[in-house]
Design a protein around this ligand. Structure first.
Ligand code: TMP
Length: 210
């Protein structure tokens, strides 16, 4: 099973999934936890180029292509082999982030960004996508309060950009209702962690009973 985590900045998806993965591993599931952009040495190098705060001149299409390039390398080296071995892959961000950030917020168009990504992914879609939905003002305030988290080039975009990201994610959840589950990320860390675990377990049970 291929599970992806999506949401605006500061939505707490990383800590929620940490809790869920700990519990799933205790139950005996074999999990590969990974992230985008990055997840393999080459893809992490691409990540550094994309997120470098000094790369202010980066063109939106260049940005979209670099995310797709990182995604391709990550699929080839890590995601596809792990799925082939029967493991559950949980990926912090994937294709929907490109659709929301580059397609929606940057204004390149969802279908245009989808096209370049289908070339990169050869039509690989997640089985389940958890959308950690949160008002971007709350998310950005959380990032500011967390001195441990490094601020990246996209965090520096204005609030209008981040509102567009959130709204595009919600549109995507409407467009792909069988794949998306929305989690209210404004709740406490404990509640979000427990909800995340519940949603994943429900989906695992359903897929086992098919
Ligand atoms: P994160 O690892 O802290 O979530 O940072 C990754 C950043 O890159 C975040 O701002 C979301 C952004 N992003 C895109 O704009 N498009 C993408 O396809 C992906 C995977 C991430």
């Amino acid at each position: 099973m291929f599970i992806t985590l999506e949401g605006p900045e500061g939505s707490g998806k990383t800590s929620a999934v940490k809790y869920a993965v700990e519990q799933l591993e205790k139950m005996g599931y074999q999990i590969v936890q990974t992230r985008e952009p990055g997840g393999t040495p080459i893809a992490e190098q691409i990540r550094n180029v994309i997120l470098d705060k000094n790369n202010k001149a980066m063109d939106p299409r260049t940005e979209a292509l670099l995310y797709a390039a990182s995604r391709r390398q990550h699929l080839v080296e890590k995601v596809w082999p792990s799925l082939k071995e029967g493991k559950i892959v949980i990926c912090d961000r994937f294709l929907d982030s490109s659709l929301a950030y580059q397609g929606g917020a940057r204004g390149l168009g969802i279908d245009e960004v989808l096209q370049i990504n289908l070339f990169a992914t050869e039509n690989t879609w997640p089985d389940l996508t958890l959308l950690f939905d949160l008002d971007p003002e709350i998310g950005l305030a959380r990032i500011e309060a967390n001195s441990m988290r490094e601020v990246n080039r996209l965090d520096l975009e204005n609030i209008k950009f981040h509102r567009l990201v959130r709204n595009t994610f919600l549109d995507l959840a409407n467009r792909y209702p069988n794949r998306f589950v929305i989690i209210d990320a404004s709740k406490s860390r404990k509640e979000v962690g427990e909800e995340t675990l519940k949603v994943i377990l429900d989906r695992l049970c359903k897929s086992n009973s098919i």
